[in-house]
Ligand binder design. Structure first.
Ligand SMILES: [Zn+2]
Length: 229
């Protein structure tokens, strides 16, 4: 599958290594119900957006940096007040739900932090965040930290909005939930960078994952499909 219209992930702009707090050690013996009171200063005052999940992946805590991250990237619907006590996976695009489940299952099974880079660009800037999933003691859930690791101006070729070119027969625009490029309907292997669609989100956008992002960002967590027959 050719990947056109997007710059590769340029590592020359890596800001620094993401922080690696020994969160799992800090939390030994903490129960989910006590998490908000027991959150160590390293997490509460961290400039990186952190949240905690119960073992069944319900959101049970967000640090103060979370709301800043939410407003910059997702909008008011992602503020802590709106997402606390809700299932984390309900905020994950359908195409990524199995991959995220796999990340948490591996963190639990292996008993160590799992890391995933994902793109979360704005119309102006190419940005990559690193999600680090720390398993707490079995039954006590997880702490998740999101750190900005790459940022630079976009180098992708810019395309203009064109509903005739990008709208499917159902009237929907198909955008990658990771890189936010848009699928051409007349060339279904081509995904274009259209800042206008990113800057002004539309109700008629449906999110999926483009082939490049599925392999490049999530390939390590792809679960092979079971053979049938
Ligand atoms: Zn993509």
């Amino acid at each position: 599958m050719r990947h056109r219209g997007a710059a590769p992930c340029d590592r020359s702009h890596v800001l620094k290594s993401a922080p690696s707090y020994k969160i799992a050690n800090v939390y030994t013996g903490v129960t989910p119900a006590k998490l908000p009171d027991k959150m160590p200063a390293a997490v509460e005052s961290s400039p990186h957006a952190c949240f905690a999940l119960t073992e069944s992946l319900d959101i049970c805590y967000c640090n103060s940096a979370w709301d800043r991250f939410a407003l910059e990237n997702e909008g008011p619907n992602a503020l802590a007040a709106s997402i606390l006590h809700k299932p984390f996976l309900q905020f994950v695009p359908d195409d990524l739900r199995l991959i995220y489940k796999e990340i948490f299952q591996r963190a639990r099974a292996l008993g160590r932090m799992q890391s995933l880079d994902y793109e979360c660009s704005s119309a102006q800037a190419f940005r990559v965040y690193r999600m680090q999933v720390y398993p707490l003691r079995p039954g006590c859930g997880f702490v998740v930290m999101n750190s900005l690791v790459i940022v630079h101006p976009h180098t992708r070729a810019v395309c203009e909005p064109n509903d005739a070119r990008y709208r499917c027969q159902l009237g929907l625009i198909h955008m990658c939930a990771n890189c936010r490029r848009t699928l051409r309907m007349d060339e279904p292997e081509t995904w274009d960078w259209i800042p206008a669609y990113v800057e002004h989100p539309r109700r008629d956008v449906t999110h999926t994952i483009c082939p490049f992002c599925r392999e490049y960002y999530y390939g390590a967590y792809l679960v092979p499909k079971k053979q049938t027959g």
